[in-house]
Write a protein that binds this ligand. Structure first.
Ligand code: PGA
Length: 262
């Protein structure tokens, strides 16, 4: 089954709304210069909440094919939840994606698999595609228990998701020891876990559902290492942190197929 690769840039807590406009413009120009076909590789930027409206205005005004999203979303519809952002608000801003359960949210905001699953289902209810994050820490990796750990997360997140909800989800496998460290997983490491995730989805649902879900790799992805990772059969894209803040570097990541044929 053909899954369209997705390259998503997670800006984390970087760039104010003016800087966000400048980065999206530069990225769009770089991809236009390279005659990038967005139907072949989907491209998304995930800025902080405060920049989403500016990115929307730019994308709409210049009819860019870039997609964008949010770094988190509330499980609640509305009400007395100070500091939270409802999925309806993100939908209104034209968000295609919402990251759910990034390891930094799990670490600093105590999010667990159940909450991550609830966030994903809340996003889907408003037509937003959740990018749910899973991944093991260094201690678990050293014990060789990465597959076991990640499958527990997958079970917890998809616990009450219907096949339709599963199909509407993107998964990002991000080993915590590889995030922002410059220590990228080998293509074989990425494939081992991404393949196991797809296997578990086939058990939870069926092979057709499992084959329709995009599984991204994330953790120190750069233009120099993305092509090898993307050549693995169960890796359908990348969630890119640091390198997505550099428009030239991110556009080179998006165009990884050119490195393959180079
Ligand atoms: P990194 O971050 O590319 O800077 O390692 C990836 C992520 O946390 O999504």
């Amino acid at each position: 089954m053909a899954r369209t690769p997705l390259m998503a840039g997670n800006w984390k807590m970087n760039l104010d709304h003016l800087e966000a406009i400048a980065l999206v413009q530069k990225l769009a120009w770089a991809l236009k210069d390279a005659k990038h076909d967005y139907s072949e590789v989907e491209v998304a930027v995930i800025p902080p909440f405060t920049s989403i409206r500016s990115v929307q205005t730019l994308v709409d005004g210049e009819k860019l094919e870039l997609k964008y999203g949010a770094q988190d979303v509330s499980v609640h519809e509305k009400g007395a939840y100070t500091g939270e952002i409802a999925p309806r608000m993100l939908a209104k801003l034209g968000c295609t994606f919402a990251i759910c359960g990034h390891s930094e949210r799990r670490l600093y905001h105590a999010e667990n698999d159940w909450v991550v699953g609830e966030k994903a289902r809340a996003a889907i209810a408003h037509g937003i595609t959740p990018i749910v994050c899973v991944g093991e820490n260094l201690a678990i990796r050293r014990e060789g228990r990465q597959v076991e750990r990640v499958l527990i997360q997958v079970d917890g997140i998809f616990n009450t998701s219907t096949p339709e909800q599963a199909r509407a989800t993107v998964i990002a496998y991000e080993p915590i020891w590889a995030i922002g460290t410059g220590e990228v997983a080998t293509p074989a490491d990425a494939q081992e876990v991404c393949g196991a995730i797809r296997g578990r989805l086939a058990e939870l649902y069926d092979q057709d559902v499992a084959d329709s879900i995009r599984i991204l790799y994330g953790g120190s992805v750069k233009a120099s290492n993305v092509a090898a990772i993307m050549s693995e059969p169960d890796v359908d894209g990348a969630l890119v942190g640091g390198a997505s803040l550099d428009p030239e570097e991110f556009s080179a990541i998006v165009r990884y197929q050119q490195h393959l044929s180079a």
